[in-house]
Design a protein around this ligand. Structure first.
Ligand SMILES: [Zn+2]
Length: 461
């Protein structure tokens, strides 16, 4: 009896001790989380940095502006006092919109000379600039309808008029439902002899601003020009076609694909004091579309990631593990930056504990989406009381992010998930500018990401 009794007492003592230690840690972590939130929200330093970055303008891969921004980012990381800052060279696709972009109704009684708000999709071929292409328009509402009407498509411009599905409680499924038309619509239409493709903008906002994004041409199918049309003009065109189905549209586009260009990922880090070979990556993508400033998509994610390291500095927290901020280039039309960093990580002797991505706009924090490692998922979930100090209310499995997905040897991948309701009001359009970023939402996001990185740094995964 005695022999059993003593270990049993010891177990109770140890359990009690561990419990109180855990409680003690949680208390001190909550204090630190609160000071992270307070500092981010009060200083609004990251928000000011975002404003500076957005002054440079859009950062389409391969553009002169993107190189200016890369130089700016490197100088900024150096000025913030990171331990090392470097550029990782990456070759990127180089597509240019050029100056001409027009869609005009040329043959119709009522609607003649009506100009429509359009913008070419990234990667689209251009047209002859004096004549353009002129064709009748056929309105299509689904892939199934395209198949049914395939005989009628020849020599016409296919107008995919597929509304944003507002029946979902969050906006990403609605985007996911329609994005295939943007990516494959041109080739699917050209397969049946279409001369061009117009897509109703994939957006939750009812304005007339076209929302762009990348398209992919299928080899062996002729490449035809493809554009987004603003919502107001999509409705206008649909109504006009009901009244005059024979009307013709003239498209003129100067866009073209140039040879691949030299570009870079921008990387900055703070070395870990105890486990320097254990790396926590945090980042966003630095390229943007060429409309607006790419403020939400994804200057915000990049600057928030940079602010994570800067908040450690401002609060004089010395990381135990290495915290590395990566600005991935070319997520929008090639993912070359993500691929290149993934290759670097695979060849490196370091251990990538996790990679966290912020690429869903600078809106109010909601949760973290965790991929790959279920033990890490459970551990992060156990920090709920601490994370909620920065507005995080859930930790779910799945959906980390595009760029980090290439870091195959990371133990766990995480996506920062803010509120999604307004993201597609801005996404890939001229609406995506700095003044549309709310400083409190932006800074609470920086704080949420910093609290998570702090916990992973202290507790490991
Ligand atoms: Zn993005």
């Amino acid at each position: 009896m005695k022999k059993l009794f003593i270990p049993f007492l010891l177990l109770i003592f140890l359990a009690g001790n561990t419990f109180s230690q855990k409680e003690k840690n949680e208390k001190s972590y909550i204090t630190i989380a609160d000071s992270i939130v307070k500092t981010a929200m009060t200083d609004q330093k990251g928000y000011a940095i975002l404003g500076d970055l957005c002054k440079i303008g859009p950062r389409l891969s391969g553009s002169e502006n993107s190189l200016k921004a890369i130089e700016w980012a490197m100088a900024k990381m150096i000025s913030l006092g990171f331990d090392s800052v470097w550029l990782q060279p990456v070759m990127v696709p180089h597509w240019e919109r050029g100056k001409t972009e027009s869609a005009v109704i040329v043959s119709s009684n009522k609607f003649k000379n009506k100009k429509l708000a359009i913008a070419a999709f990234g990667g689209s071929v251009g047209t002859d600039l004096s004549k353009g292409i002129t064709a009748k328009v056929i309105e299509i509402h689904s892939w199934a309808e395209l198949t049914t009407k395939k005989q009628e498509v020849k020599d016409k411009i296919v107008f995919f008029n597929v509304p944003f599905d507002n029946s979902f409680p969050t906006s990403f499924p609605a985007y996911g439902k329609n994005v295939g038309y943007r990516v494959q619509g041109a080739s699917e239409a050209a397969k049946h002899g279409a001369k061009g493709m117009i897509l109703r903008s994939i957006t939750s906002k009812n304005d007339n601003v076209p929302h762009v994004g990348v398209l992919h041409y299928t080899d062996s199918i002729p490449q035809v020009p493809a554009v987004a049309i603003g919502i107001t003009d999509a409705d206008f065109l649909s109504n006009a076609l009901k009244k005059e189905p024979e009307l013709k549209l003239q498209l003129k586009l100067s866009c073209k694909t140039l040879p691949e260009a030299q570009s870079y990922n921008v990387i900055g880090e703070m070395k870990g004091t105890e486990f320097p070979d254990q790396v926590i990556v945090i980042g966003g993508h630095f390229d943007s579309w060429d409309k607006g400033d790419g403020a939400h998509d994804d200057a915000a994610g990049c600057v928030q990631s940079m602010e994570v390291l800067d908040l450690f500095k401002r609060l004089q927290i010395k990381p135990k593990r290495t915290i590395r901020c990566v600005f991935f280039i070319n997520e929008e039309n090639g993912s070359r930056g993500g691929i290149a960093y993934g290759e670097f990580a695979a060849a490196s002797k370091e251990k990538h504990l996790t990679a966290i991505e912020s690429d869903r706009g600078a809106f109010t924090p909601q949760g973290f989406a965790v991929d790959k490692d279920s033990a890490s998922f459970l551990k992060i979930g156990s920090w709920k009381n601490i994370l909620e100090r920065a507005g995080i209310s859930w930790v779910k499995q799945g959906g980390s992010g595009v760029d980090v997905s290439y870091i195959k040897n990371a133990k766990c991948l995480i996506g920062y998930v803010p509120d999604s309701q307004r993201y597609f009001d801005y996404h890939h359009s001229a609406n995506d500018i700095f003044t549309e970023v709310n400083p409190r939402e932006f800074e609470l996001g920086s704080a949420a990401m910093t609290v998570l990185v702090f916990l992973i740094d202290r507790e490991g995964l």
